[in-house]
Design a protein around this ligand. Sequence first.
Ligand SMILES: Cc1cc2nc3c(=O)[nH]c(=O)nc-3n(C[C@H](O)[C@H](O)[C@H](O)COP(=O)(O)O)c2cc1C
Length: 344
Amino acid sequence: MIQSLFNIDLPLIQAPMAGVQNVELAASVCEAGGLGSLPCAMLSPAQLVEQLDLLTQKTDKPFNLNFFCHTVTDYTSQQKQQWHNMLTPYFAEYEIDPQSLTAGASRQPINQAVVDIIAPYKPAVVSFHFGLPKHAIVAQIKSWGTKVISTATTLDEAIWLSENGADAVIAQGLEAGGHRGHFLSMDLSLQQTTEQLVKRCVEHLSLPIIAAGGIATPDDVKHMKALGASGVQVGSAYLLSKEAKTSALHQQAILEQAQDSTALTTLFSGRAARGIQNRVMLELGTMPEGVPSFPHASSAITALRTCAEKAGQSDFSPLWCGQKYIPRVGVSAADITHILMKKW
Ligand SMILES: Cc1cc2nc3c(=O)[nH]c(=O)nc-3n(C[C@H](O)[C@H](O)[C@H](O)COP(=O)(O)O)c2cc1C
């Protein structure tokens, strides 16, 4: 039971969604009895403290803090040049001098300084994307009584997480919006649907399995329960909720073309993530050779995104969205939580 594990009423985790939400969404889901999540991977230390103070003012219910734990590799000048060459026509179109680019909003893996910041807040849950951080960090977080969970996209990853300290595993199927949480293998041909992955994980593991990807209706939730999932993690279904901070261009893309027009792409960060196809994905291909490794692809593309968005275009914006989407425009996240859990 993840209800007793996380001390929540409803076995629903609002998926952390960096870039489209802050504490408003998390607090609304917490107050409704689910587990609200704050995505922390793109927050500076000062922003993290500010958001944690706000969150704990808004709710005294348990919450989840989400971090990335990727290994940052070097970004060589040769890789940068290759990437900029691919984007040259776009830089020309927006009159951007690639030499002037500084690193844009990026994603940092968790480190000891961040652990020290969150320690006094004693989150009920800390979730990770891309594996787990080093053992000492996992052990320290667990010493507060905090539960540690992480995403698996294959049975092998789920087994690895269970053997390396996870208290529960988020089984993320192919349908999921945003970044794939894969970390043992980058081979996308290994990826399975949520249904297939949940079934396999439930069959082989004894710790709680939380289903994620393509869950948008009460029947989807009921189906995951029938497969043996202990709960669900839901992202895209909250993208148009009252409390989400999804940009107007992103909202427009979701309303006009989300169904069946998503694809996995590495273009925006260097790692595969699912979003609505836009101009840059259609013109360069979703996974062309030469995109630098995560998260280095983002700085150049963010410069293009900023210019295009000023002109009212989402041609270079990461329009993260899962394969299944039911628009619930302006509905509160609390109401969406209750709707989804109606048949649990
Ligand atoms: C806009 C968006 C941003 C996301 N950002 C994160 C993130 O920061 N951290 C994370 O662990 N997962 C992130 N995800 C993935 C979710 O945790 C989850 O796997 C996914 O939303 C589930 O599929 P669904 O979107 O079909 O509900 C994101 C998903 C979306 C749609």
